[in-house]
Write a protein of this length. Sequence first.
Length: 217
Amino acid sequence: MLLKIVSGGQNGADQAGLKVAKKLGIATGGWIPRGFKTEYGLDPSLAQYGLVETENESYYPRTVYNVRDSEATVYFASNWNSPGTKATLRAVHQFQRPVFKVDLKLPPPYVQMSKWLNENKVKILNVAGHRESVHPGVGNFVEEYLTQVIKLYHEYNFRIYEQQVQDEEPFLVKTYDGVMDAMNYVEEREKGPFSMFYIDGPGGRWQRDAGSWIKVG
């Protein structure tokens, strides 16, 4: 079960990974060059994703740190000899992290990557790949591809969401392989009138309300 997606914040694949995570209620983070540097200039708005600035404006340190601080990396590329691609794959080898390569010219089926995530029990995923100037349209492709992959991956699990304040978006707190374990976790942690729990799984969404479970989706 994915609990967090990290990236370097570059235009293209990096930012697409962060957008997908936010859309699906997954935590975000990662390292970005000082000043929130991208190929189009400095972009402080990326701080909303929890990105941390490195000590300088070089791209290389953030590449290494994001591989180091994640459990696995997915890389989207059409040119596997580009400097950024080579740097990421060197870091993957250095830290002995699993890597899934998506060739933008002939991408593997969604289910292939979802099975890879499940087999490696990935909870923190580094999303990296080409920037828009290298492969125009890569951002849109990655958004669609990752969205479908993660939805398939999450079908293997039951995900618990908590809403602590009325009208706020629920956030992911835990995942279990079995629905009874998930329900027991929630029932032991009910906190008060403004705390609402949901469980998402293969059978839909269930809400914990007034001591009972109600199917809501």
